[in-house]
Structures are given as C-alpha cells and as structure tokens.
Design a protein around this ligand. Structure first.
Ligand code: MN
Length: 459
C-alpha cells in the first residue's frame, strides 16, 4: 500500500500542476495568438503525445487553454512519482484503499472556484473560452468537464464525464450514455417530473478526474466515487456549495457551471468528435439549462482533444479495473494494457504467467465479462512486452494458431459509440498468443546478458 499526497505537493489544482510540469520540463507553451475554433485543436494534434500544452493567448481573449495532461503516460507517472508500467497497478491500489477507507469530502461555502459569480445575464461563450475542435463539429464543446449530481432518491453523489455542446448563452445539450449512473439518476428524476440538478466542473486535478472515470463495476451506483479523489489527494477533497442548485462543486476547479438537465425536453446535439475518432451523429439529446457560472479570478480552461489523450484518460482506470477483476479469478494474470489502436477501450492485451494449459482461455473469458466494451482480447506470455505492438505481433507470429487459438463470441453486449455495435451488441474475438505449457524448447525466447549502460563509455 502506498500513500499519495497530491495536495501537499500542490497538485490539487491546475495552477500547481502546470508549475510542476514547468519545473520538470514537461510543459510546452504556445505563445502565438490562436483561435479557439479549430486552430487550437489543430496545433494540439501536431504536438500530441509529448509535453502537456498551455495556450497562453487564445482568441477571443478570455482565458488560457490547457490540454494534453493525459496523452503521455510518462507525464502522468511523474505526478504519481512512479513509472508508466506501474500506473494501472497504482490505480487498482487507489480503488482498493478508497473501498477500505473512504474519506468523506469537506463542504465549504466558498473557495477558489467561486471567486467570481454570475447568476443573472449568463453568457457561456463570454465567460469560458470553449473550443470547437473537429472540423465538422456542431458547436463548441466541453470535453473534459466533471459532472456532479445527486441520486434523486438516496442523495448519493455521482461524478462522471460527459460531453456538452453550447447551444445558447445559457443552454447546453449533452450525451447521457446507456448504463451510466447519471443516466439512471436522470431517468428516475424525469419519471417524477423533476429536472436533475448538476454542477459541471472544468479544470480539476487528476485526483478528481480519476474519480470521475472510475468504471461502474469498481464504483457501484450506491457509492460516492468522489472519495477516490481524497485518497489521491491524501486529505479530504474540498467541495463548495452552489449558488442555485443543491449539488456541490469542486472547490479547486477553474470554472463551475450550475444547471439542471430538463425533463422531457430534447434538442439538437452533435456532430461531436468522439473517443472512437468518428463523429457521434447529430441527434435530439438531453438539455441543460444553465442557472449560474462561477470561476476563479484568473482561470485556465481545460480541454481534452480526441485521440491518445482520451485513450489514457479513460483507459487507465479501465485497465486497473479489468486487472483487479481478472486477477481475482485468474491469479496468473500479470498485467493488462488497453491499446491506443483500440481507442483505449476496445482491445486489451493481457500478460499471463502460465501455470496450466487453458488458463489463458479463462483469462479471455474473465476479461470480456469484467469490461463489456472489450471487443478483442489478446493473451501473451510474461516474456512479451504488452506496451509494444511489435512485440505483441511477434507473439502472434510465433505462438498463435489461427485455427485453434481463437474464441469467437457472437453478439455480446458492446459499447454503443463503436460503429460496429448494432442494437447494443457486437461480435468479439479472443486470441491466444501464448506458447504451450509446459513450454517446449523451441518456444524459449533468446535472452541476452543484462547490461547497465551507465557503466560504459559510449559515444
Ligand atoms: Mn457512479
């Protein structure tokens, strides 16, 4: 068990994170004036996967924009004072600690996030520099904002991330995916004829972000996953009371949008650039009436661009959860990676230390059962680097028989955003790329002497 102290290291707010990245040489600053419409995302795509980015000068001049915090696992690992291979295990450990010892958040009246308050005459696009990213997107989008709501019956808090499109000065449309707890809250509120009050928190610490993307099989509907943030902060998370709704906001956020998801009303939303690298099509979706906006005196707007950043931002917690579940059932499982090519969502590579023939097939079945979005699971031995697609392909080339080593699962529950999912189901494939057990001599991989390069003078 390990302890994290994000708060003590100033990592409880974006300002602290940005200065940490700056000190460590992990931040790239864009000085040139950049339009929030298309241009910002275009530049970010060119610089994807390396340092995080701060756009200091965004047109129109409202606030800087920060992006790229989640697109490089090396950077994320530095925040946790760890290494990228350890990150999924750290996340599994965070969930474990939270479940054993949940720390209740503190609620206060005011904090950084409500230094400036707008309750009348609200105009989203004058207060926040909300970017439009994909060329065909239907409007400006909030892509990384954390939504807090309360169960209309039990009052238990839920925290999750949803996309919001700006449709008017005080109006948004949003996506409420099937199976998400917020959708469940909303549908019960709607049946009572009531709106569902929410806060939309922009610019939060990874401690809060990680809590929000914890999969529902790791944080059940009767659990307040915001507690996970306290575990990472190393102290109780601070929340603040809202001006117009009975739901709290994150005290250290950059902006908080207060509002309610209206019952029975649907309006146009989309097209939206999604995690699949496709546009979610324009459709009638849920509507948020904004009732107040609060912000810091000097806020920094946070966004996530489609691609690697989303894969890590979601994939890491999914890996942690798959690892926890699968290793309980199949203890020989060593590690899990959700590949970038699989959108951090659909393709898992599982590393196993075989102790029986057939255990690799059980690992495939357990993985599919524990994370319904998975479409392909590949199992490799402990001598294969699951983070290196070339190494995984080597295992497929030399340890996989396409006739014998495949499990096809027709029409199982899938992820609705994937265009291959039809009527909620998708066909799935499990691929066994492990050597036979016990391992015959011909499957012994070449080993070379272990070397510490620092001991050599090499020019
Ligand atoms: Mn939840």
């Amino acid at each position: 068990m390990q302890n994290w102290n994000f708060a003590r290291h100033g990592l409880h707010e974006l300002q602290g994170i940005i200065s940490f990245l700056q000190q460590e040489g992990l931040l790239t600053t864009v000085k040139t004036a950049v339009n929030r419409v298309h241009e910002m995302a275009g530049i970010a795509k060119k610089l994807e996967g390396a340092n995080a980015l701060l756009f200091e000068n965004v047109i129109p001049e409202i606030a800087p924009i920060f992006t790229g915090l989640y697109w490089n696992r090396d950077v994320l690992a530095r925040l946790f004072q760890s290494n990228p291979e350890q990150l999924p295990f750290l996340m599994a450990d965070v969930i474990e600690q939270w479940q054993q010892n949940p720390i209740t958040p503190i609620i206060q009246e005011s904090g950084s996030a409500n230094e400036v308050i707008y309750t009348g005459d609200i105009d989203l696009m004058k207060i926040l520099p909300i970017p439009t990213q994909g060329l065909e997107e239907g409007g400006p989008y909030l892509t990384s904002s954390v939504v807090i709501a309360k169960d209309p019956e039990t009052g238990i808090r839920n925290t999750s991330i949803h996309r919001f499109m700006v449709t008017g000065p005080d109006r948004l449309t949003m996506q409420l995916d099937m199976g998400r707890h917020l959708r469940d809250y909303y549908e019960r509120a709607e049946k009572m004829g009531k709106p569902l009050e929410i806060t939309i928190n922009n610019g939060v610490s990874p401690a809060v972000h990680i809590a929000a993307v914890t999969p529902s099989n790791a944080a059940m509907i009767n659990e307040d996953e915001l507690g996970i943030a306290s575990t990472i902060l190393g102290e109780p998370l601070s929340l603040i009371q809202s001006q117009t709704v009975d739901v709290e906001g994150i005290a250290d956020a950059q902006y908080i949008i207060e509002g309610k998801i209206l019952p029975e009303i649907r309006e146009w939303e989309g097209p939206a650039a999604e995690v699949t690298d496709y546009y979610a099509k324009k459709d009638h979706r849920w509507v948020v009436q904004v009732t107040a906006i609060t912000r810091r005196t000097h806020p920094i707007f946070h966004t996530i661009i489609p691609g690697r950043e989303v894969y890590n931002a979601v994939g890491l917690m999914a890996e942690a959860s798959i690892f926890r579940n699968v290793s309980l059932l199949v203890p020989s499982v060593q590690a899990v990676f959700l590949t970038y090519g699989g959108c951090g969502f659909y393709h898992a590579v599982i590393q196993i230390k075989k102790n029986n023939e057939g255990v690799q097939k059980n690992a495939i079945l357990a993985a599919f059962a524990s994370f319904p979005s998975l479409k392909r699971v590949t199992v490799v031995d402990e001598d294969v680097n699951i983070y290196d697609p070339v190494d995984v392909e080597w295992a497929l080339a030399t340890r996989h028989d396409p006739v014998k080593d495949v499990i096809i699962i027709p029409e199982a529950i899938g992820h609705e955003l994937n265009p291959m999912t039809l009527g909620g189901t998708v066909n799935k494939i499990g691929i066994d790329a492990t050597a036979p057990y016990p391992r015959p001599q011909k499957f012994h991989r070449i080993q070379l002497q272990q070397i510490d390069l620092d001991k050599y003078e090499i020019k």
